[in-house]
Design a protein around this ligand. Sequence first.
Ligand code: SF4
Length: 287
Amino acid sequence: MLQQTTVSTVMPRFHAWMGRFPTISDLAEAEEQEVLAAWEGLGYYSRARRLHAAARTVMERHGGDIPVEESDLLSLPGIGAYTAAAIRAFAYDQHAVVLDTNIIRVLARWGNMSDPIDTALGKNNLAAIAASFFPRTECRAMASALMDLGATICKSGDPDCTSCPLQKTCRVSEPKKLPKKSSRSVTTKLVEHRAWFWKANRLYLEQSQGPRWRGLWILPELGNAQSSGRILPEITYPITRYRVKMKVHRVVGKIPALLKGFTVDELVALPMPSPFRKVIVNLASGS
Ligand code: SF4
């Protein structure tokens, strides 16, 4: 249910982003700040940056056409083995082994793989099973069929084996237990303290230089700033394997020179990560 909610929330935003940059050249010509501002709410801003960089590379090196060769695709920013295979299979119907979550589940069950799929042995076994499935031609049809099978019949949890076209050859004994994984990610709780510099109807922000939010405007870390002792309403947000509680402190004293002040109207168009947007929208209206 959570995944469905996330997809139904994210997809309209992604379509809106695509509508803003409908062609590769539109995206390549846009300024990074514009691309990041439009990406707000989609998370993982590094993806927007890489898409932007990839569009520029496609324009510069490939005349605006997404390349078909695997080595050319892998040289584009943000394109890894899975995406390159998906582009080759779905866009060009070239031979490529596409392994997304649904396909991995189908193949691991079909082969009754006892090795965890995130180990070297498991990956090798999975690659061997996949190689036997993906034909030299019509990879697009095979990838689509396996994806659909994983999404509708060989579902996570309890598969509907009686409706499965692979039932006669499937070797699975306990499908609910497959695929196995060796590592289970653990969520770590973090608390961060941010400073709220508000003066003359302006909120003072810093432009992040960090890898995750580079170029976006955020509340600065509290650091040595002198808190007024008043902590503003806090929010909690997830980021990769962390669950972060953001506590915002109203600060008194000199505003650091590296910060820049914005009026409430100016904040609207400023690219910023959505957890900061939520805090700032709530608090700026009451400041
Ligand atoms: S028979 Fe069952 S476990 Fe095997 S591939 Fe089909 S749905 Fe999955």
